[in-house]
Design a protein around this ligand. Structure first.
Ligand SMILES: [Zn+2]
Length: 455
């Protein structure tokens, strides 16, 4: 059965298939902006895309899939963070790239075949901007920046179904911004010493020094590595407009052909029913959850518990459920000591995944089969399903929320203070523990430490 996936552009399920004569399926996934750790909303997208990558490998063969995921290492946020910390841009972005790679490995994400960075593809971006200027799709503003002229591309808005009136122009604003139309977007941003510091490159012919706009990097890197037309382009739903709409405009105007044959977007992640935000205390990185004692594999599994095209409500309860589900899977694998007959006992699980990446359906089918306990053991089929879901059962299970040594030391100090009836000191130490994300629950003869949500 071919993999069927919803196409955000055509708004229907379509089979996935390679279009190039070499039979290699070309797949581009918009990656992370490396100025801070990725949060679990980012990782939901990357985990879903990893399952997709694994399914494609099972379907077309390991060497017949080419997966590109970029790193945005120059934009307002990365430059802003470098300024804030008074460090070089590369120092900041390399640091966060390293952390991102550690998180990806912990979550068992297959590394992409290419991981281009925006700063590594400046020449290609400049070339593409020059191409768009020559073709009349881009213009140089009086200040030296270059903008894409949306009115030059009649197909603009097809992906997001944005109405023309929403893109309407007010000349007053347009003039103030040096643009012909407010909806035109920057391809090249002229150098501003007070904002950009040392970050600048030679611009497209006839323009000043500066840096690329954000959207052009994906068009240029995709073209360089995968060619003018790719088989699948993916990202989180927040990228659909304007980022992906702008990518289509840039690529199709420059290349004169279809950019992506298929678009796929995964939905937002909520935590405790709300949009994640630092001020609400429901903002998690992978590191935050590991510090609370959860295993990265449980995080991965919890991120797959909802349908990727629906909002997922992530809670610590769902992580507990994921930890015990993993324990069941480990126990089942241990019971399949011999490589059983290849009768594809778990085929219904793969069928669910192949049907629009129905991950909750797949997990439901998986546990139905395991709990039935009457089938013949089939280790090969089980392992194939674990590969597709990316669940590495060899990775260690989480310790029962073991507190780090520094936390235990604080707790010991507080317990001693309380026994000595130094309540002021005990209170101060409790506050320290809470700030570090741990609650100390006192009993008659001792205490218990529990991870709490960081405020
Ligand atoms: Zn992108």
């Amino acid at each position: 059965m071919p993999i069927q996936l919803f196409d955000s552009l055509e708004r229907r399920l379509k089979p996935l298939a390679p279009s190039h004569p070499d039979g290699v399926f070309r797949f581009y996934n918009c990656g992370l902006t490396v100025y801070a750790p990725g949060h679990i909303g980012n990782f939901r997208t990357f985990v879903v895309n990893d399952v997709l990558r694994r399914l494609l490998e099972l379907e077309f063969g390991k060497d017949k899939v080419k997966h590109v995921r970029n790193l945005t290492d120059v934009d307002d946020r990365t430059i802003g963070q470098a300024k804030k910390e008074n460090r070089g841009l590369a120092e900041i972005t390399q640091h966060w790239t390293k952390i991102f790679h550690q998180d990806c490995a912990a979550l068992n994400l297959l590394p992409p075949h290419a991981e281009p960075t925006a700063t590594g593809y400046i020449r290609e971006q400049v070339n593409m901007i020059e191409c768009l200027m020559e073709k009349g799709n881009a213009y140089r503003a009086p200040d030296g920046s270059v903008y894409f002229k949306i009115a030059s591309f009649p197909g603009y808005g097809a992906l997001s179904r944005i109405q023309e009136r929403e893109l309407q122009v007010t000349n007053a604003i347009a003039d103030a911004d040096h643009k012909d139309s407010v909806s035109d977007f920057a391809l090249w941003k002229v150098y501003k010493p007070e904002e950009d510091g040392a970050v600048k490159w030679t611009g497209p012919g006839g323009t000043g020094e500066g840096r690329p706009g954000w959207h052009i990097e994906c068009s240029a890197m995709s073209k360089s590595i995968l060619g003018d037309t790719i088989d699948l382009h993916t990202g989180g739903v927040d990228l659909l407009f304007p980022h992906h709409e702008n990518e289509i405009a840039q690529s199709q105007c420059c290349n004169g052909t279809t950019f992506a044959r298929h678009w796929y977007h995964s939905e937002h992640l909520l935590v405790d029913g709300k949009k994640m935000s630092k001020s609400l205390g429901n903002y998690y990185t992978l590191g935050d959850l590991v510090a609370k004692g959860y295993s990265p594999m449980a995080v991965r599994l919890a991120l797959l518990m909802g349908h990727p095209r629906k909002q997922l409500n992530f809670t610590l309860d769902s992580l507990h459920a994921a930890e015990s589900a993993l324990a069941n899977l480990r126990a089942h694998r241990a019971s399949l000591a011999t490589a059983g007959a290849a009768h594809e006992a778990f085929a219904p699980v793969l069928a669910m995944l192949q049907d629009d990446l129905n991950t909750p359906g797949a997990l439901g089918a998986l546990f139905t089969i395991i709990n039935r306990k009457d089938g013949e053991p089939d280790a090969a089929s089980f392992d194939r399903v674990m590969f597709a879901l990316g669940l590495d059962l060899q990775k260690p299970a989480a310790p029962a929320a073991a507190a780090p040594g520094a936390i235990t030391a604080l707790a010991e100090k507080r317990w001693a203070a309380k026994q000595a009836r130094d309540f002021a000191a005990a209170d101060a130490l409790r506050k320290e523990l809470t700030a570090a994300g741990w609650a100390m629950l006192d009993g008659k003869d001792g205490y218990r430490l529990e991870p709490v949500m960081k405020k």
